[in-house]
Ligand binder design. Structure first.
Ligand code: ATR
Length: 277
């Protein structure tokens, strides 16, 4: 029987996941369909019950359900539990198991452009919201030794560091310190919303002087090249935008569901074409 996958969120109309996953499924000859479901907050429990009833094979979870969905699952993976958010659910013989592929997916995307292992790198995260939490905890879980966090509200950065149960050396710093010390980091990751369309003239970190060979990564993909990435590219850095994070979180979910690693280059092209790039 044809399998069913999907994504739940609200709103969900603009999600690129159906396009990306349906293309990957058909490309690999898997008899399945991936559908976007708009689920209102008050219908979340019913939606998960309905998914159990129809024996859905798996689904992604996006805003605003990533935290609340955990209540209705049978099991939550350790890292997802630490992060406190689930974006991928796998149906294992009737048991709904929650994972978080945002952070690990992001790290795989970072690894795909870094010639060296990430564990030894000095990393700076800008921002201390949900996206930063997923990435920071995943970096720590993967054995990265050093990652500092700069945030407009410095106390939120310290809270994130205090909440992390994996071993990692970290300092909470101000955005001003980040600007002054930017040349000390091998990898700088923007997880804030600063620079996102329509505020494209803004940047979370004016580029002054970067370390040689530095990687600057922005999880924003609208625009494709934020001011942060443009300045970093002009300063000679290796740059990466948020399309890769989106594609790799999806690829990892796809692997959890089907046991197969999809063609990420193809997934990326599908997304970029749709975004008009
Ligand atoms: P997400 O879940 O996508 O990470 P979030 O939890 O709302 O979103 O976090 C947004 C991040 O962007 C936060 O780190 C926020 O900083 P504060 O904690 O100080 O609010 C950061 N951010 C948003 N707008 C900003 C701005 N204009 N200047 C600097 N940081 C900003």
């Amino acid at each position: 029987m044809k399998k069913l996958y999907g994504v739940i969120g609200n709103p969900i109309g603009h999600s690129l996941s159906p396009l990306m996953h349906n293309d990957a499924l058909s490309h690999l000859g898997i008899d399945a369909h991936y559908h976007a479901f708009r689920i209102k907050e008050e219908q979340l429990e019913n939606a998960v019950k309905g998914f159990r009833a129809i024996e859905i094979s798996g689904f992604n979870v996006t805003t605003p359900h990533k935290v609340d969905v955990m209540r209705y699952l049978d099991e939550v993976d350790e890292l997802a539990g630490q992060i406190g958010a689930v974006n991928t659910v796998v149906n294992r013989n009737g048991a709904l198991v929650g994972y978080n592929t945002d952070g690990i997916g992001y790290i795989r995307s970072l690894q795909s452009i870094s010639k060296e292992p990430l564990q030894e790198k000095r990393i700076l995260l800008l921002g201390a919201g949900g996206a930063s939490r997923a990435i920071f905890f995943s970096l720590a879980a993967l054995g990265v030794r050093e990652a500092d966090i700069a945030n407009r509200t410095a106390s939120r950065a310290q809270e994130l560091i205090d909440a992390c149960r994996y071993e990692i050396a970290s300092k909470a710093i101000t955005m001003e310190q980040a600007e002054a010390q930017q040349h000390e980091y091998d990898i700088i990751i923007n997880t804030t919303t600063v620079g996102m369309s329509p505020h494209v003239a803004d940047t979370p970190l004016p580029i002054r002087s970067l370390k040689r060979g530095a990687i600057v990564s922005d999880i924003i993909y609208n625009p494709f090249e934020t001011r942060l990435l443009r300045e970093a590219r002009e300063a000679g850095a290796i740059v990466q935008n948020g399309v890769d994070m989106f594609v790799y979180q999806g690829a990892l979910a796809f692997e959890y569901w089907t046991g197969q690693w999809p063609d990420v280059g193809r997934m990326k092209q599908t997304v970029i074409t749709k975004l008009g790039g």
